[in-house]
Design a protein around this ligand. Structure first.
Ligand SMILES: Cc1cc2nc3c(=O)[nH]c(=O)nc-3n(C[C@H](O)[C@H](O)[C@H](O)COP(=O)(O)O)c2cc1C
Length: 194
Protein backbone atom coordinates (compact mmCIF):
# COMPACT_ATOMS: atom_id res chain seq x y z
CA UNK A 1 0.00 0.00 0.00
CA UNK A 2 1.23 3.48 -0.87
CA UNK A 3 1.84 5.40 2.37
CA UNK A 4 1.87 8.84 0.81
CA UNK A 5 0.10 9.86 -2.39
CA UNK A 6 0.79 13.24 -3.96
CA UNK A 7 -1.39 14.54 -6.79
CA UNK A 8 -0.29 17.15 -9.31
CA UNK A 9 -3.30 18.88 -10.84
CA UNK A 10 -2.79 20.63 -14.17
CA UNK A 11 -6.39 21.79 -14.60
CA UNK A 12 -7.34 25.46 -14.57
CA UNK A 13 -10.62 24.65 -12.83
CA UNK A 14 -10.87 23.67 -9.20
CA UNK A 15 -13.84 21.34 -8.91
CA UNK A 16 -13.70 20.56 -12.66
CA UNK A 17 -13.48 17.14 -14.28
CA UNK A 18 -9.82 16.47 -13.57
CA UNK A 19 -10.10 17.77 -10.03
CA UNK A 20 -13.05 15.45 -9.33
CA UNK A 21 -11.13 12.48 -10.71
CA UNK A 22 -8.13 13.34 -8.58
CA UNK A 23 -10.38 13.58 -5.54
CA UNK A 24 -11.79 10.12 -6.27
CA UNK A 25 -8.31 8.64 -6.46
CA UNK A 26 -7.08 10.44 -3.33
CA UNK A 27 -10.20 9.44 -1.45
CA UNK A 28 -9.53 5.81 -2.33
CA UNK A 29 -5.91 6.12 -1.25
CA UNK A 30 -6.99 7.80 1.98
CA UNK A 31 -9.43 4.97 2.69
CA UNK A 32 -6.48 2.59 2.36
CA UNK A 33 -4.65 4.59 5.04
CA UNK A 34 -2.43 6.74 2.83
CA UNK A 35 -1.54 10.32 3.62
CA UNK A 36 -2.66 12.42 0.65
CA UNK A 37 -1.70 15.79 -0.75
CA UNK A 38 -3.06 17.68 -3.73
CA UNK A 39 -1.03 20.37 -5.48
CA UNK A 40 -2.81 22.71 -7.89
CA UNK A 41 -0.20 23.94 -10.34
CA UNK A 42 -2.22 27.12 -10.95
CA UNK A 43 -1.61 28.10 -7.31
CA UNK A 44 2.15 27.69 -7.66
CA UNK A 45 4.72 30.04 -9.08
CA UNK A 46 6.47 27.95 -11.73
CA UNK A 47 8.83 29.73 -14.11
CA UNK A 48 9.67 28.39 -17.54
CA UNK A 49 12.80 26.24 -17.79
CA UNK A 50 15.63 28.45 -19.09
CA UNK A 51 17.25 25.53 -20.89
CA UNK A 52 20.58 26.32 -19.23
CA UNK A 53 20.86 22.56 -18.60
CA UNK A 54 22.95 23.20 -15.49
CA UNK A 55 20.74 20.80 -13.49
CA UNK A 56 21.43 17.98 -15.96
CA UNK A 57 25.24 18.17 -15.85
CA UNK A 58 25.91 16.58 -12.47
CA UNK A 59 26.34 12.80 -12.55
CA UNK A 60 24.82 10.40 -10.04
CA UNK A 61 21.40 9.55 -8.70
CA UNK A 62 20.67 12.89 -7.12
CA UNK A 63 18.66 15.36 -9.18
CA UNK A 64 20.65 18.37 -10.38
CA UNK A 65 19.96 21.73 -8.76
CA UNK A 66 17.88 24.27 -10.65
CA UNK A 67 18.98 27.90 -10.34
CA UNK A 68 15.44 29.28 -10.64
CA UNK A 69 14.00 30.24 -7.29
CA UNK A 70 10.29 29.54 -7.34
CA UNK A 71 7.84 26.96 -5.98
CA UNK A 72 9.20 24.06 -8.03
CA UNK A 73 11.68 22.97 -5.35
CA UNK A 74 8.84 22.56 -2.86
CA UNK A 75 6.77 20.56 -5.35
CA UNK A 76 9.71 18.26 -6.09
CA UNK A 77 10.31 17.74 -2.37
CA UNK A 78 6.68 16.62 -2.01
CA UNK A 79 7.01 14.24 -4.96
CA UNK A 80 10.29 12.85 -3.61
CA UNK A 81 8.53 11.92 -0.39
CA UNK A 82 5.65 10.17 -2.19
CA UNK A 83 5.13 6.43 -2.59
CA UNK A 84 2.56 7.12 -5.31
CA UNK A 85 1.94 10.09 -7.54
CA UNK A 86 -1.13 11.19 -9.47
CA UNK A 87 -0.36 13.20 -12.60
CA UNK A 88 -3.50 14.83 -13.91
CA UNK A 89 -4.28 17.25 -16.73
CA UNK A 90 -7.11 18.12 -19.08
CA UNK A 91 -6.47 17.89 -22.80
CA UNK A 92 -6.05 21.37 -24.20
CA UNK A 93 -5.16 21.63 -27.85
CA UNK A 94 -4.42 17.87 -28.14
CA UNK A 95 -2.04 17.70 -25.20
CA UNK A 96 -1.61 18.54 -21.52
CA UNK A 97 -2.31 22.11 -20.38
CA UNK A 98 0.35 24.81 -20.60
CA UNK A 99 0.86 24.87 -16.84
CA UNK A 100 1.29 21.09 -16.75
CA UNK A 101 3.83 21.21 -19.57
CA UNK A 102 5.73 23.99 -17.81
CA UNK A 103 5.89 21.68 -14.79
CA UNK A 104 7.06 18.73 -16.95
CA UNK A 105 9.82 20.78 -18.56
CA UNK A 106 11.15 21.68 -15.13
CA UNK A 107 11.67 17.96 -14.39
CA UNK A 108 14.66 17.88 -16.73
CA UNK A 109 17.15 17.80 -13.83
CA UNK A 110 15.81 14.34 -12.92
CA UNK A 111 17.83 13.13 -15.91
CA UNK A 112 21.55 13.32 -16.57
CA UNK A 113 22.31 15.07 -19.88
CA UNK A 114 25.88 16.31 -20.07
CA UNK A 115 26.89 18.59 -22.91
CA UNK A 116 27.86 16.44 -25.88
CA UNK A 117 25.46 13.62 -24.99
CA UNK A 118 22.76 13.14 -27.59
CA UNK A 119 19.90 12.39 -25.21
CA UNK A 120 19.11 12.56 -21.49
CA UNK A 121 19.52 9.39 -19.42
CA UNK A 122 17.58 8.42 -16.28
CA UNK A 123 19.69 8.79 -13.14
CA UNK A 124 18.58 5.39 -11.84
CA UNK A 125 16.84 2.32 -13.21
CA UNK A 126 15.07 1.58 -9.95
CA UNK A 127 11.31 2.12 -10.11
CA UNK A 128 10.49 3.83 -6.86
CA UNK A 129 6.78 4.57 -6.82
CA UNK A 130 3.45 3.96 -8.45
CA UNK A 131 1.77 6.43 -10.77
CA UNK A 132 -1.81 7.12 -11.68
CA UNK A 133 -2.25 9.18 -14.81
CA UNK A 134 -5.44 11.14 -15.38
CA UNK A 135 -6.55 13.11 -18.40
CA UNK A 136 -9.93 14.45 -19.44
CA UNK A 137 -11.17 15.76 -22.75
CA UNK A 138 -14.26 16.78 -24.66
CA UNK A 139 -13.60 13.84 -27.00
CA UNK A 140 -14.52 10.31 -25.82
CA UNK A 141 -11.97 8.87 -23.39
CA UNK A 142 -10.85 6.00 -25.63
CA UNK A 143 -9.62 8.56 -28.19
CA UNK A 144 -7.28 10.22 -25.71
CA UNK A 145 -4.25 7.93 -26.22
CA UNK A 146 -4.94 7.68 -29.97
CA UNK A 147 -5.69 11.29 -30.91
CA UNK A 148 -3.89 13.32 -28.26
CA UNK A 149 -0.45 13.50 -26.70
CA UNK A 150 -1.73 13.99 -23.16
CA UNK A 151 -1.38 10.36 -21.94
CA UNK A 152 2.15 10.00 -23.27
CA UNK A 153 3.18 13.39 -21.85
CA UNK A 154 1.87 12.42 -18.42
CA UNK A 155 3.50 8.98 -18.72
CA UNK A 156 6.86 10.56 -19.51
CA UNK A 157 6.47 12.68 -16.40
CA UNK A 158 5.92 9.46 -14.47
CA UNK A 159 8.98 7.87 -16.08
CA UNK A 160 11.11 10.79 -15.02
CA UNK A 161 10.07 10.17 -11.43
CA UNK A 162 10.94 6.50 -11.80
CA UNK A 163 7.33 5.43 -11.45
CA UNK A 164 6.27 1.89 -12.22
CA UNK A 165 3.89 2.11 -15.13
CA UNK A 166 1.07 0.10 -13.56
CA UNK A 167 -2.24 1.87 -13.29
CA UNK A 168 -1.55 4.21 -16.15
CA UNK A 169 -4.84 4.00 -17.96
CA UNK A 170 -7.06 4.56 -14.96
CA UNK A 171 -8.35 7.98 -15.79
CA UNK A 172 -8.90 8.75 -19.46
CA UNK A 173 -12.27 10.41 -19.25
CA UNK A 174 -14.11 11.93 -22.19
CA UNK A 175 -17.30 13.94 -22.60
CA UNK A 176 -19.63 10.97 -23.13
CA UNK A 177 -18.50 9.24 -19.96
CA UNK A 178 -19.03 12.39 -17.95
CA UNK A 179 -22.70 12.32 -18.84
CA UNK A 180 -23.08 8.58 -18.34
CA UNK A 181 -22.02 8.25 -14.72
CA UNK A 182 -20.63 10.08 -11.74
CA UNK A 183 -16.89 10.43 -12.19
CA UNK A 184 -16.08 8.73 -8.92
CA UNK A 185 -18.06 5.68 -10.04
CA UNK A 186 -16.20 5.53 -13.36
CA UNK A 187 -12.83 5.65 -11.65
CA UNK A 188 -13.85 3.16 -8.96
CA UNK A 189 -15.10 0.71 -11.59
CA UNK A 190 -11.84 0.95 -13.55
CA UNK A 191 -9.78 0.56 -10.40
CA UNK A 192 -11.70 -2.62 -9.54
CA UNK A 193 -10.92 -4.04 -12.98
CA UNK A 194 -7.20 -4.02 -12.14
C1 LIG B 1 -8.45 25.88 -24.54
C2 LIG B 1 -9.08 24.53 -24.54
C3 LIG B 1 -8.61 23.55 -25.41
C4 LIG B 1 -9.19 22.29 -25.44
N1 LIG B 1 -8.69 21.37 -26.33
C5 LIG B 1 -9.27 20.14 -26.38
C6 LIG B 1 -8.79 19.17 -27.31
O1 LIG B 1 -7.85 19.40 -28.07
N2 LIG B 1 -9.40 17.96 -27.35
C7 LIG B 1 -10.46 17.65 -26.52
O2 LIG B 1 -10.98 16.55 -26.61
N3 LIG B 1 -10.91 18.53 -25.60
C8 LIG B 1 -10.35 19.78 -25.52
N4 LIG B 1 -10.80 20.69 -24.59
C9 LIG B 1 -11.85 20.29 -23.61
C10 LIG B 1 -11.24 19.93 -22.23
O3 LIG B 1 -10.22 18.95 -22.37
C11 LIG B 1 -12.31 19.33 -21.33
O4 LIG B 1 -13.35 20.24 -21.17
C12 LIG B 1 -11.71 18.92 -19.99
O5 LIG B 1 -12.56 17.96 -19.42
C13 LIG B 1 -11.55 20.08 -19.03
O6 LIG B 1 -11.08 19.60 -17.78
P1 LIG B 1 -11.38 20.41 -16.42
O7 LIG B 1 -12.83 20.24 -16.13
O8 LIG B 1 -10.51 19.81 -15.38
O9 LIG B 1 -11.05 21.85 -16.69
C14 LIG B 1 -10.25 21.97 -24.56
C15 LIG B 1 -10.71 22.95 -23.67
C16 LIG B 1 -10.14 24.21 -23.66
C17 LIG B 1 -10.67 25.25 -22.69
Amino acid sequence: MAKKTVAIVGSYRKGGTVDQLVDAVLEGAGEQGAETKKIYLIDQQIEYCHNCRGCTQTPGEERGRCTIEDDMAGILAQLDSADAVVLASPVNFYNVTAVFRTFLERLVGCACWPWGAKAPKPRTKVLRRKAVLIASSAAPGFLLPIATGAPSSAARGGNVFRCASRGEALGWIGGAEREAAALGEVVAARAEDR
